[in-house]
Design a protein around this ligand. Structure first.
Ligand SMILES: [Zn+2]
Length: 197
């Protein structure tokens, strides 16, 4: 993808963070956080509810060439990756991941071909070998691997507030964050108070 498009995406992300207070992830990990957060929650529908929606999401995040048409079988593969990804993120809060979800995550990840990215002044990174569907999904798994190696990974969490499926980046010193926004924090505490009564 051209660099001005990347810059446009980053500036959109910054504006969205300011607008919602959502705790976004640094660097390329943000695309992983966003992908994990596409699930249906409360009144909001699944952002990947059709092959067309999935294709638009991937194009918007630089993981698929515009104009590529996806089919339902490919959407099911993406949902398998998302399920495994969410299981892995939940493990950061001490929940044992479903082994079947992880196995499928590995299978989907293995279907993508990756290339090395050398940019001046930046660490060597991994990127999709091409902008086809399989390589785009494989890139999501590769970013997880990179984040595990560089120490960012344990900070990725799933929000504990009711009816919120968002993933968020926990910036707290003790890794005890439980919600994605201040608003979710209020809802989480209100739900906890109701449970104690
Ligand atoms: Zn939340």
């Amino acid at each position: 993808m051209e660099s001005h498009e990347r810059r446009a995406i980053r500036s959109r992300q910054r504006r969205a963070t300011r607008a919602t207070g959502l705790k976004k992830a640094p660097g390329d990990l943000e695309v992983v956080r966003a992908f994990a957060s596409t699930v249906a929650r409360g009144q909001r529908a699944d952002e990947l509810a059709s092959p067309g929606q999935l294709a638009r999401w991937l194009v918007r995040h630089g993981l698929l060439d515009p104009g590529v048409v996806l089919v339902e079988a490919q959407r099911q593969i993406a949902l398998d990756l998302r399920r495994g990804l969410r299981a892995l993120i939940l493990a950061n809060s001490g929940v044992d991941p479903d082994p079947r979800a992880l196995e499928r995550f590995e299978e989907v990840a293995a279907g993508g071909r990756l290339g090395l990215r050398f940019e001046a002044g930046a660490p060597v990174g991994l990127g999709p070998a091409s902008a086809c569907f399989e390589d785009g999904l494989g890139t999501i798994a590769a970013i997880v691997l990179m984040a595990r190696l560089d120490g960012r990974w344990p900070r990725l969490k799933l929000c504990h507030a009711p009816e919120c499926g968002n993933a968020f980046f926990d910036v707290g010193p003790n890794l005890t964050g439980k919600w994605c926004t201040t608003r979710c924090g209020e809802r989480y505490r209100a739900a906890a108070r109701r449970q104690r009564r």
